[in-house]
Design a protein around this ligand. Structure first.
Ligand code: NAD
Length: 454
């Protein structure tokens, strides 16, 4: 009897689709298929591999609305956001279609011959991804992995497998050979763990919680697998008194409540210079109460529900014990895992809401006195993924950006992810970088060859 998985729609709590749930044997079958496909895939000429990635990008564009609707319903995200995310999936394959023909090495002067380096694919790569940006985060790994000549086994999160399953079909439609992209839907504790342990998997590219990332790094040590980890965050949004306060306040809500706060880059610690806190809070209140929370398929919606009942319970636990709710937005009173956007203040830097990743629409506002204290508070966390600095003093903004222990920073903006720039964390937000021109380094081994000429 096949074990089935009921995939829910978070906005209604209804079953969206029932699909087979994979187990360890399915992982083993997928790894075997990827291993069998590897020699032929790595031998595809660079120009032809580029062409196939370009076709894959075009195929995603041809199915953009279908994939966006599926992602919006399964992950509960606003349809406008979902279209943007699937658009980014297409961009990633377009960007990395330029990579196979630019996988350059070095020539190194030595005596007695010629020394040079080449970059070899790793083999079978396991991709383990979370539920918050399901196909987009998968694409960040698929693009460079495939461009470098690897074959892959992708394990989506059990809550949001539908776009990954459809994507595997689109890969064949785009002309990628069978076995190059394999998808296994199943629990992390069995399927994910098997990928990590499998002797024929050369690397794990993981995005998810810091807790699971830790166990993956430990498991991968058994076979000395290569690992890249994109983990949790508790990112600061630093607002100095000399900033354009109206612009900073107007941008702050989407920087933390985008994707209902289920974003590893969420600027969930809003650090504001004490002299302008009252003015900032008044601006922020206007912006937060104006957020339209509702049906993900309504074009006007800006924030959808949380992903699941258990996740909502975890987020709600941060409001226990008389949390100081300074601003509360709205949320539908209907079936669905709804939660309103909330700002807590006053909050101390040692409070649980200021230290733990909430991964929901709750932000804290913490005042600071000067630049030194701002940097100290911003860095007082185990995480180091992203952050923003708002100031009209360019010198100060750059000084602070250099002083923050985080991988992705923006000045007078809350930008985190671009296809062409590196993305990843310091400290317990993980290691390795995705996207940008150097991502292929993490999907290849460097080989040094000496050719004797005497
Ligand atoms: P999670 O760690 O629970 O799960 C992520 C994936 O790992 C899922 O596919 C899951 O099935 C799998 N998994 C779980 N246990 C496993 C195990 N023992 N072995 C192998 N695989 C296992 O994370 P989540 O709840 O899906 O996502 C939320 C977390 O992801 C947050 O902490 C968030 O910050 C983080 N995240 C980080 C980034 C980033 O780029 N830094 C991006 C998005 C999300």
């Amino acid at each position: 009897m096949t074990d089935t998985l009921a995939v829910l729609e978070p906005a209604t709590e209804a079953v969206l689709e029932e699909i087979p749930r994979g187990g360890v044997q399915d992982v083993d079958r997928a790894v075997a298929a990827a291993k069998a496909a590897f020699p032929a895939w790595r031998a595809v000429s660079p120009a032809d591999r580029a062409l196939l990635l370009r076709r894959l990008s075009d195929t995603v564009v041809d199915h953009l609305e279908e994939l966006a609707q599926l992602e919006a319903r399964n992950a509960g995200k606003p349809i406008g956001d979902a279209r943007g995310e699937i658009g980014m999936v297409a961009q990633v394959f377009g960007y990395y279609s330029g990579a196979p023909e630019r996988l350059l090495g070095d020539t190194i002067p030595v005596s007695g011959g010629q020394a040079f380096t080449v970059r070899e694919p790793l083999g079978v790569v396991g991709l383990i991804v979370p539920w918050n940006f399901p196909l987009t985060i998968a694409a960040w790994k698929l693009g460079p992995a495939l461009a470098a000549g690897n074959t892959v086994v992708l394990k989506p999160a059990e809550l949001t497998p539908l776009t990954a399953v459809r994507f595997a079909e689109l890969c064949l439609e785009a002309g990628l050979p069978e076995g190059v992209v394999n998808v296994v839907v199943g629990p992390g504790s069995t399927c994910g763990a098997r990928l990590v342990a499998h002797p024929d998997v050369a690397k794990i590219a993981f995005t998810g919680s810091t807790e699971v990332g830790r166990s993956i790094a430990a498991g991968a040590a058994e076979t000395i697998k290569r690992v890249t980890l994109e983990l949790g965050g508790k990112s600061p949004n630093l607002i100095f008194a000399d900033a354009d306060l109206a612009a900073a306040a107007a941008a702050a809500p989407s920087a933390v409540f985008g994707n209902a706060g289920q974003d590893c880059c969420a600027r969930s610690r809003i650090l504001v210079q004490a002299s302008v806190v009252d003015e900032f809070m008044a601006e922020l209140e206007r912006a937060v109460t104006a957020i339209r929370v509702g049906d993900p398929l309504d074009e006007a919606t800006e924030m959808g529900p949380l992903i699941s009942a258990s996740h909502r319970a975890g987020v709600a636990s941060f409001l226990d014990d008389g949390a100081p709710i300074a601003i509360r937005g709205s949320a539908p009173n209907a079936p669905g895992f709804w939660f309103p956007p909330i700002v807590l203040s006053p909050v101390g830097p040692g409070d649980r809401a200021a230290r733990e990743e909430i991964f929901g629409p709750i932000a804290v506002v913490i005042p600071f006195s000067d630049e030194t204290e701002a940097i100290r508070l911003a860095n007082d966390t185990i995480y180091g993924l992203s952050g923003s600095i708002w100031s009209r003093d360019g010198g100060r903004a750059l000084r602070v950006a250099r002083a923050l222990d985080a991988g992705v920073l923006s000045i007078n903006s809350n930008t985190s992810v671009r296809v062409s720039t590196p993305f990843g964390g310091f400290k317990q937000s993980g290691y390795g970088r995705e996207l940008g021109p150097h991502a292929l380094d993490a999907y290849t081994e460097e080989k040094s060859i000496f050719f004797a000429t005497v």
